[in-house]
Design a protein around this ligand. Structure first.
Ligand code: SF4
Length: 278
């Protein structure tokens, strides 16, 4: 008889899950189910992204994507044999991270990618790691988050008026996706921005990769982008224009990575100032 897969209890609900978590099995906030179509190639990502009629559809499709073989291997190997010792007895999501926050939010935050032991474990953007401690505390101070901490999906946190997505939806080794992986994942961000556009006021790009991915995507969508290309920096701003002539502000912030927050390159005051400007 085949051995049943190892399961571990979810830290909030106590429900047992194998890792990676099968879609539709009860993980808090899992937008997919066993019938959600799976993208296995770049062409399928592009085609399925176009079919998403809503943010809920898009979230479901994203979280079952398997189009980047290296990233699928990495996210699943971290989830099984490569767990951080302090989380060894927890189930790992081991799938791409959906956007987090309400549809129709006037502010969109574009980060780089999930962290291997953060969102790749908890299933929610910036949740369960030091970057998340930073950003959600700041979002709470700015009135965008209902609580200052974000430990795990199912902890009650909600966002108001702001949604967080990333340029690449799977955790990459060394936090470095390849050019090909960024290109393969781009249609998910493209559709995200199309769905967000009617109500969008500002985009906050966390780091250069989020900044460049946003500019590339809105150009593809026919938005007007200033020339020469706006340069990324903390507090940098550019006015983008949608094809309907509506202005959307792009604002840059240093990424909330430990490399920036531990060294003081990014301080709480700097992040608060940027969030207050959105
Ligand atoms: S990085 Fe993006 S395109 Fe690649 S497997 Fe993950 S979700 Fe799919």
């Amino acid at each position: 008889m085949p051995e049943s897969p190892r399961t571990d209890p979810h830290p909030v609900t106590g429900q047992e899950f194998p890792s990676p978590v099968p879609p539709g099995t009860g993980w808090p906030g899992d937008p997919a189910d066993g019938d959600t179509p799976v993208a296995r190639t770049p062409a399928q990502v592009a085609r399925l992204a176009r079919t998403a009629r809503s943010v809920d559809d898009l979230d479901a499709l994203v979280t079952v994507c398997r189009a980047c073989p290296r990233l699928v291997d990495w996210r699943e190997s971290v989830a099984t044999t490569g767990r951080r010792a302090s989380f060894a007895d927890q189930p790992y999501w081991g799938r791409p991270a959906a956007g987090f926050g309400p549809a129709g939010a006037p502010v969109l935050v574009v980060g780089l990618a999930p962290a291997a032991n953060g969102a790749n474990r908890t299933g929610r953007m910036f949740t369960g790691d030091r970057s998340g401690d930073w950003i959600y505390a700041a979002l709470h101070r700015a009135g965008f988050a209902t609580q200052a901490t974000s430990d795990h999906a199912g902890d009650g946190l909600e966002l108001r008026g702001l949604r967080i997505v990333s340029a690449v939806r799977c955790a990459p080794p060394q936090n470095k996706p390849t050019t090909q992986e960024k290109a393969t994942c781009a249609p998910w961000l493209h559709r995200e921005l199309e769905l967000a556009e009617p109500t969008l006021r500002s985009i906050l790009a966390l780091g250069l990769i989020g900044w460049d991915a946003t500019l590339r995507t809105v150009r593809e969508m026919g938005w007007t982008v200033p020339r020469p290309k706006p340069r990324f920096g903390h507090g940098a701003e550019a006015e983008l224009r949608t094809p309907r002539g509506r202005a959307v502000r792009l604002v840059g912030s240093y990424h909330v990575s430990q490399q920036n927050t531990f060294t003081g390159k990014l301080t709480e005051a700097m992040l608060d100032e940027v969030l207050a400007s959105l």
